[in-house]
Design a protein around this ligand. Structure first.
Ligand SMILES: NC(=O)C1=CN([C@@H]2O[C@H](COP(=O)(O)OP(=O)(O)OC[C@H]3O[C@@H](n4cnc5c(N)ncnc54)[C@H](O)[C@@H]3O)[C@@H](O)[C@H]2O)C=CC1
Ligand SMILES: O=C(CO)COP(=O)(O)O
Ligand SMILES: [Zn+2]
Length: 348
């Protein structure tokens, strides 16, 4: 008997391109949301675009947050309830978007994503990734009802945020390999469609790498399109598996060991070089990953991340403990093996 079923949640409106921030209120109108808008943002995004958002709505309420944590989610929930908010608008980087996404899930209200940086593929996804103590929770949350990704705004953001977004996409190569490995070894459910979409997204970004240059709005267009597509792959899978494998475990561990030292995308990119080496060996495709990162201007070494070699090794040898997700790290990589992989690939 056929018993399969799936429920894919995707945004209804995705506005991407030049000056689309001006169309935010129209995009919200189209969703038939009711009640007071509640803006969740952080200091820099608020300074850059908070005014442009508030001006489009009557009587918006807002809260400025500094970090993503379960406590911050609760603060947003309390403030939105106190303001009698009808829906949330997240304006900022990944941490703001993840916090608002989880808060809207708790409040059972709609949420609209307005990224100010093309730095990560959570702008569209139905996942929210929040650190807590020694672990990280990547939980299912409703995806945004609308995404308004203004390439004018994204192009004005510091360039390293865009190269971080590129690296988050390039890391899809190893994330998909880890997912396939977990499918073969642990019978983890694998979606051919989500896996192929994630991999194709990385391939298209790498094929267009020469058009990704600072000062070009077209770069933000190419990268933001890839981030949307990768987020859709996660929504189809119902998990972050298509875009998060061992390279992400490594990055999450770095976030614990040296919080705030490097951007999420940059960390996963460097992690991807090493985990590709672990997958395919000395003559494998790790050089392609390294060269693609290099071409878009993302870091390829510990030095460029600003992280010392011993911390890199500690993150590599302990990354498998951060969550229950089978990857090429298996039940742990020994220190010797981690040192060899990181040295051979030039990461340390
Ligand atoms: N839920 C999901 O599916 C995913 C979640 N993530 C999460 O997203 C987070 C990483 O996101 P990021 O955006 O890299 O970090 P972030 O949210 O910390 O932003 C990095 C910095 O850029 C600043 N910024 C943002 N826009 C700016 C602009 N236009 N001009 C100047 N500064 C600006 C922010 O204020 C912040 O200081 C991680 O916590 C990661 O786990 C990443 C990928 C997918
Ligand atoms: O960063 C992500 C995908 O790029 C989300 O992955 P996590 O589920 O590991 O937080
Ligand atoms: Zn990521």
């Amino acid at each position: 008997m056929f018993e399969k079923s799936s429920w894919i949640q995707l945004p209804r409106n995705v506005l991407l391109g030049h000056d689309v921030l001006d169309e935010l209120a129209d995009a919200v109108d189209e969703l038939y949301l009711s009640g007071r808008p509640f803006l969740v943002t952080s200091p820099t995004p608020d300074r850059i675009a908070g005014g442009a958002v508030r001006d489009q709505f009557e009587d918006p309420a807002s809260l400025t947050i500094e970090k993503a944590s379960f406590e911050t989610v609760e603060r947003v929930v309390d403030a939105a309830e106190a303001a009698d908010a009808g829906y949330l608008i997240a304006l900022g980087g990944g941490k703001v978007i993840d916090t608002a996404k989880m808060a809207s899930d708790r409040l059972e209200c709609g949420f609209v994503s307005v990224p100010t940086a093309a730095s990560h593929d959570g702008i569209v996804s139905g996942r929210s990734s929040i650190p807590e103590g020694d672990t990280r929770h990547s939980v299912a949350a409703d995806p945004p009802l609308a995404v308004v990704a203004d390439t004018t705004l994204l192009a004005e953001a510091p360039w390293e945020l865009t190269t971080a977004g590129c690296a988050d996409i390039i890391s899809n190569y190893t994330a998909v390999k880890d997912w396939q490995l977990a499918h073969r070894l642990k019978n983890v459910e694998y979606s051919e469609y989500a896996g192929a979409l994630s991999q194709m997204t990385a391939e298209m970004l790498v094929d267009n790498a020469e058009s990704i240059k600072p000062g070009l709005e077209e770069s933000s267009w190419v990268v933001a399109k890839a981030l949307v597509s990768s987020g859709v792959a996660m929504s189809i899978a119902g998990s972050s598996r298509p875009a998060s494998g061992a390279e992400h475990l490594f990055s999450h561990q770095l976030d614990r060991l040296v919080p705030g030292r490097a951007l999420h995308g940059h960390q996963v990119g460097v992690g991807s070089i090493v985990t590709e080496y672990l997958h395919s060996g000395e003559d494998g495709e790790w050089r392609d990953i390294r060269d693609a990162l290099d071409e878009v201007g993302a870091p390829t070494t510990a030095d460029q991340l600003g992280i010392d070699d011993e911390t890199i090794l500690e993150a590599l040898t302990t990354a498998h403990t951060i969550r229950d997700r089978y990857t090429i790290l298996g039940d742990g990589v020994s220190e010797d093996a981690a040192r060899e992989a990181a040295r051979f690939t030039g990461v340390i």
